[in-house]
Design a protein around this ligand. Structure first.
Ligand code: TXA
Ligand code: MG
Length: 320
């Protein structure tokens, strides 16, 4: 199958493909998603297959309006609507109780469903044109960085999906914040992102927890994500980084930090918007190692730090 590259104006064509059960990748404000109708289990099966995604990792339902919530969820708590009023459309995903209409495969058999209304007008137009919520995981091969451009989508999925709508780079660059409203005593963040714990607490007027350990809350958590081929090392202080550089042999090295690094040609900016693109570049250009300097400003960004920590995993070194 040849993967077509569609323009932002060709949303109706994309919708026709999805209605026929074909897969189309589309832009959102966070990352590109790989869409299928939530009520088409065969198409959803193809989403898992195309990505090489384990079937026990549930998908997010993308909606265009709040009227569709009742078709995919039940016993929806008031907090959902309070948060939706404030943050929808936008990079916040809310987990509530699943409606029996939603096929098991979409939710990996869980009795909950994750719902988000993306902000991108192309995504919203596509969902409206299909007329049903779309499940859409990030449009990358499982274990690769999420795609933030149509070129990344093609790199991972060319020939495996019908089309990608190309609308340039995604403005936020990391995936939505995932907040579970029903599985814990308090609303609990399963995946930090652009919408912060403090912003959610200010709207809900109650304490919000961040999931750390214990029960495996989000099946996605057990999979190692976002890993470049080259070894990654994280430094929290400039002096530790300098020491490392002074004491290690020359190699093709990529250095990421928020601030400038006087005159180094191997230096890239450490920002959520270009994190995944830069990591993909590290693979393509076969860097020997990737060094990240996470200063205090970076450490305060829970979404960015979460992606970095998961990328490094437990077997690489974290140099304090
Ligand atoms: O920004 C985003 O959220 C992007 C764009 C395309 O919308 N989508 C995305 O989907 O990141 P995905 O499938 O790559 O990540 C969804 C995450 C996974 O970690 C999954 O385990 C979790 O959400 N998740 C989905 N449904 C869940 C549920 N019912 N309970 C717990 N976790 C859930
Ligand atoms: Mg993903």
């Amino acid at each position: 199958m040849k993967t077509e590259v569609l323009k932002a104006t060709e949303v109706d064509l994309a919708a026709a493909w999805i209605k026929k059960g074909q897969l189309v990748a589309f832009p959102t404000e966070t990352v590109y998603g790989l869409g299928a109708s939530i009520f088409n289990p065969e198409a959803i099966n193809r989403v898992f297959y195309a990505k090489g995604r384990p079937q026990d990792n549930p998908l997010i339902a993308h909606i265009a309006d709040l009227a569709s919530v009742q078709k995919i969820a039940q016993d929806v708590p008031n907090a959902f609507f309070v948060l939706a009023e404030h943050f929808f459309p936008g990079p916040l995903t809310l987990i509530v109780k699943r409606h029996p209409n939603v096929p098991d495969i979409a939710s990996a058999g869980l009795d909950t469903v994750a719902i988000r209304q993306p902000r991108s007008s192309i995504a919203l137009g596509l969902i409206r044109a299909v007329g049903e919520p779309l499940v859409a995981p990030s449009a990358n091969l499982s274990g690769r960085p999420s795609s933030t451009t149509a070129q990344h989508v093609l790199h991972d999925l060319d020939g495996k999906i019908a089309a990608v709508i190309d609308a340039g780079p995604c403005p936020i660059g990391i995936e939505s914040t995932v907040l579970d409203l029903v599985s814990f005593e308090r609303p609990t963040i399963l995946r930090p992102g652009f919408v912060t714990k403090q912003q959610i607490e200010a709207v809900l007027k109650e304490e919000v927890l961040i999931y750390t350990q214990g029960k495996m809350a989000s099946p996605g958590m057990k999979y190692r994500h976002y890993t470049p081929d080259a070894p990654v090392k994280v430094f929290f202080h400039q002096r530790d980084l300098e020491e490392y550089l002074a004491g290690s042999p020359k190699c093709k090295r990529m250095l990421l930090s928020k601030g400038p690094m006087n005159g180094r040609s191997d230096h890239y900016l450490l920002l959520a918007q270009n994190l995944y693109a830069t990591l993909r570049q590290a693979d393509e250009e076969r860097y020997d190692e990737v060094l990240l300097l996470c200063d205090e400003e970076v450490q305060q960004d829970a979404g960015l730090m979460n992606r970095i920590t998961r990328m490094v995993g437990s077997h690489e070194s974290c140099c304090n």
